[in-house]
Design a protein around this ligand. Structure first.
Ligand code: 5CA
Ligand code: ZN
Length: 477
């Protein structure tokens, strides 16, 4: 029943068709790397990001909103940061006809706008920690190929969290909390991931170290879906973020930041879709249940009335239900909602009315289930739960199968070339070996895996020293 041929073999085509046909995005906006969210996509985006907001709020993060424009004088202060982002910044140079004295950057991320303000807010240790987040647009002049939801020049939905702490230990603990938040977020979306510590040569500009979440796309590439950075005191020193400790002395704070963009929406779409279109996890599906009356030709039946009642009953129970009473053939309606990934369809025909039942059809498996009207709500809730679990399990299994261990570097290279996915190679942790590993398998180093350790006697295939971790290597988006 479930076909995933095109989804796998022509992922790019599948993805761009589905964005258009499922009413997610319009990709025809006449500026490269900028796209339009359409109503159904907007609903999906808001549901996905409300999960993320809730996880931040529940762990004590408070929402803020900083300006989009950053004066060049502030932006240029942190040398590493500039080296990393310099080539990607859009500059505002004029106000009307007037040339500006100080150019203004469109934020590519907000360290340089936030931290000078943090410096004004922090006086004593009692002002710490600061844990804030915002969900905003950021601009990056990306030079790699742009792609809707994946590589944008205007990232429209950038959740960035920024923190400041009195001690290095607290900043470390904050990194762990952020990892936990991102784990839970992606668990809820059923999006599988690997977590790794980015290699030193690919750390975020201005960070001490970076942690990345990656998923694997249907065409076998790694896609980074979130990062967490320990900034140490780098920015604190540049922007003067100091607090007076109990010892009466002034100390620089320790900072972290972590971000997720609308790539999370892309990851959700690709993790669960199939050749029929979207297949959305019930948590974030704009419509969880669509009710479709199936009137019998030429015969007066109460199917419409019963369908409306069913819809009302589900809505009252807090389920996002929709009644499709358009004057269309049922087959067309099935197709319409299938494309859009509605997890559950309820069909109501004359026989269903007679028997006081509805016919439920699962989007993920195509399975038909007869549900008694008397237990409608509980059964629908149960089925939605089962769908969520099935999707999560199926996606997780696929990712696990695509993380492979190779006997040697030559076969690792072959594996990546033929099947894609991620290869796991023991690594001594040294930069020169890491770079050679990536070169030899003709892929990129995602980083050192967090959740798995190499075997006791494992050795680095480059230098033959004992391995201190696993390198994850993949072709990347
Ligand atoms: N200031 C830090 C943390 S908030 C920061 O900017 N980190 S980042 O550059 O790694 O971005 C965080 C996440 O945003 C990335 O992991 C990636 O998933 C997503 N992202 C980055 N650039 C783009 C882009 N051009 N289009 C879509 N998503 C992006
Ligand atoms: Zn080595």
């Amino acid at each position: 029943m479930v076909r995933r041929e095109r989804w796998r073999q022509d992922f790019s085509g599948w993805f761009s068709d589905i964005l258009q046909e499922a009413d997610i995005m319009d990709t025809r906006y006449p500026v490269k790397g900028l796209y339009v969210w359409r109503p159904y996509g907007m609903k999906l985006r808001n549901l996905v990001f409300s999960l993320l907001r809730r996880l931040h709020e529940d762990s004590g993060h408070e929402e803020v909103l900083f300006p989009l424009l950053i004066p060049e004088t502030l932006f240029q202060k942190e040398a590493e940061h500039i080296r990393g982002f310099g080539g990607q910044v859009y500059w505002v140079t004029h106000g009307g006809h007037q040339k500006l004295d100080v150019r203004l950057a469109l934020r590519p991320t907000s360290e340089t706008s936030m931290y000078p303000m943090f410096a004004l807010w922090i006086r004593t240790h009692a002002d710490l920690p600061i844990k804030v987040y915002q969900v905003v647009n950021v601009f990056r002049y990306e030079t790699k190929m742009t792609k809707p939801l994946i590589r944008l020049r205007e990232v429209t939905t950038f959740k960035e969290a920024h923190t400041a702490h009195a001690t290095a230990e607290e900043a470390e603990a904050q990194v762990r909390e952020a990892i936990e938040i991102y784990r839970r977020f992606y668990e809820e979306l059923g999006v599988p991931y690997v977590i790794s510590k980015r290699p030193p040569w690919d750390t975020f500009a201005g960070a001490v170290y970076s942690i990345a979440f990656d998923t694997v796309t249907p065409d076998g590439k790694a896609l980074q879906i979130g990062t967490i950075h320990n900034l140490g005191q780098n920015f604190a020193k540049v922007y003067g973020l100091k607090y007076e400790g109990v010892d009466g002395k002034h100390h620089h704070v320790y900072q972290t930041c972590y971000g997720i963009s609308e790539r999370a929406v892309a990851a959700t779409i690709m993790a669960h879709g199939d050749d029929g279109g979207l297949c959305l996890p019930p948590h974030v599906a704009p419509i969880q249940v669509v009710v479709i009356p199936i009137p019998f030709k030429e015969k007066e039946t109460p199917v419409e009335r019963v369908a409306a009642e069913v819809k009302e009953e589900l809505t009252a129970a807090g389920i996002r239900a929709h009644l499709d009473d358009r004057d269309l053939r049922p087959g067309n309606k099935f197709y319409h909602w299938e494309r859009r990934g509605v997890p559950l369809r309820l069909e109501i025909g004359p026989k269903d009315v007679e028997k006081e039942q509805v016919t439920a059809v699962r989007r993920d498996t195509g399975e038909k289930i007869t549900v008694a009207r008397s237990s409608l709500q509980t059964q629908v809730e149960e089925i939605l739960q089962q769908i969520a679990e099935h999707l999560r399990g199926r996606a997780k299994k696929m990712l696990e199968e695509s993380v492979r261990v190779a006997a040697d570097l030559k076969s690792a290279k072959e594996l990546l070339k033929k099947q894609g996915g991620i290869v796991r190679v023991p690594w001594c942790g040294r930069e020169s070996c890491g770079k050679q590993l990536a070169e030899k398998v003709e892929a990129e180093m995602l980083g050192e895996e967090i959740d798995n350790r190499p075997a006791q006697d494992a050795r680095c295939p480059i230098c033959d020293h004992p391995a201190t971790g696993n390198a994850l290597l993949a072709k990347t988006y």
